[in-house]
Design a binder for this molecule. Sequence first.
Ligand code: FEO
Ligand code: CA
Ligand code: CA
Ligand code: CA
Length: 607
Amino acid sequence: ATSGNVAKTDLGFKAVATSNANQVVVPEGYTAKAFLPWGTPITGSYPAYRADGTNTGAEQEQQVGMHHDGMHFFPIDQKAGGNSSAEGLLVMNHEYINQDALHASGPTAAADNAGVRPADEVRKEIAAHGVSVVHIKQDSEGTWDIVFGSPFNRRITGNTEMDIRGPVRGYNKLITKYSPNATETRGTLNNCSMGPTPWGTYLAAEENWAGYFANGDATQPREQTRLGVGSASRYDWELADSAEDQYVRFNISTVGATAADDYRNEANTYGYMVEIDPFTPESKPQKRTALGRFGHEGVIFAPVKEGQPVVCYSGDDSRFEYIYKFVSAKPYYAATAGGYLLDEGSLYVARFNDDGSGDWLPLDLENADFKAKVDAAVGTTVGDVVAFSGFENQADVLLNTRLAADIAGATTMDRPEWGAVDPNTGQVYFTLTNNSNRGKPGFEGVNAANPNELNNTGHIIRWSEQGNDHAATSFDWDIFVFAGEQGTETVVDGEVIVSLTDDNIFNSPDGLWFDYNGRLWIQTDGSDAAPYQNNMMLAANPETREIKRFFVGPLGCEVTGVVSTPDVKTMFVNIQHPDGNWPDASDPRPRDATVIVTRDDGGVVGA
Ligand code: FEO
Ligand code: CA
Ligand code: CA
Ligand code: CA
């Protein structure tokens, strides 16, 4: 496939060197400026950020959260068909937290406090998670600022009320004391990447949510084991010094009451893609269960066509997990499109064949092939489940998406992170960040799509759907590039197409985004030791596979989350978990922040 747009994807900047400085590095002729750091007041009474860590939980609920991740810029006039590059809604995820930085003197451990954690510390931690919607605007000088008092400014947290939608809605395995009819839940957690929908909403992914729940029971149900729920939780929220359900719910043990009286099913209300309508501030977020339940890294939509189904792709970022595709049952029409399109459809999982072909395997009990595989699997060991007992219904399939994908015969991948669709060719790209267990004794060996044993540095795979139809059930794949040290080669048909140099060595590709012209942006979350130094962002020309380092982050961070204005003249890049005093050297606390990158001559970023 030829783009016809090659000039637009040329990389016109001078590559930057690796760096271990505690600052952002961008090419000559560019400027980078930190924006919206953790704690910035954006709503309510706009409580000021306090550098001594004494902001309360209620204040954090009105401030930008921590650990910025995936984000999208919605032009303010998008609903009216506009394309503003001067004003819009910047929506971003807050994946997790740095407890030491969040509190005045670090977190109070339950072990040091009679077995409980102060409830307001927990409230603040829950509030530092979730999503921020920030109305931003450029002034006459081109400087971006928050629109104070805008009705669009909003925080969604780990405690915001949400609806369950799609096939899992109403399923008895989601009954909780909060929602006896299994239709609602509270909060979204560990929101890693995201995806803007074709109808102007935002889907936030729930990735490593399993770690927020504690289940001390001797045995756990299969809905929990494969996803990593443990006996203790990551931040001990269930040990809050309060009997309020909003904290108690993180204890999902079955000891005591019945499902209708406790929160044993709370974790079954997590693991989804969550739809947020940033243009409707009073709207309730919707968990779209038809897209499956797993460690969702993010989602990427294929370009939509009138009368055709909506198609989106989602990776499950865990070692040896899978890549999925959802195809809506109902056709897309711009005039009536909405989140309901995500409630009915087919979920597929990818099998990458050795010959460069691939197949989308349906995870649907109404599909005869899948049903036959499920029936044959009953009584056998599937994944971590001994004596698999079958699925009750399609809701049960979706609740246990990973098990269903095992049964279908999908290809285990080296941690699928972000996906991106080339606007010029329709090819789909996915980062496979690394998998240090690939081929180790006791673990699965290599396959054609994941060909490196002990894959510490990762690679980027891509495919073309059959007939360039995103709803097709087969595809052709190849590896776009292998990451690694200087001299790492990507060979196609016996020819070295890429050999990495000082200008582009990188490891552990994670964030991935095609800008509106078709340049591919690659962000890293990997080793920050030599030779790579701090994590970075590179740009690639998908046609030629030329790759150049564009941006290097400060100490300790990962670089994750990138989007631009429609004219690609302002780029927003997120810095997550910096560990030094960044962006303000005089502030004792590191603060996650968005970095605004512009070209000094006002030109297109990357060109
Ligand atoms: Fe949250 Fe897979 O990175
Ligand atoms: Ca990631
Ligand atoms: Ca990562
Ligand atoms: Ca991260």
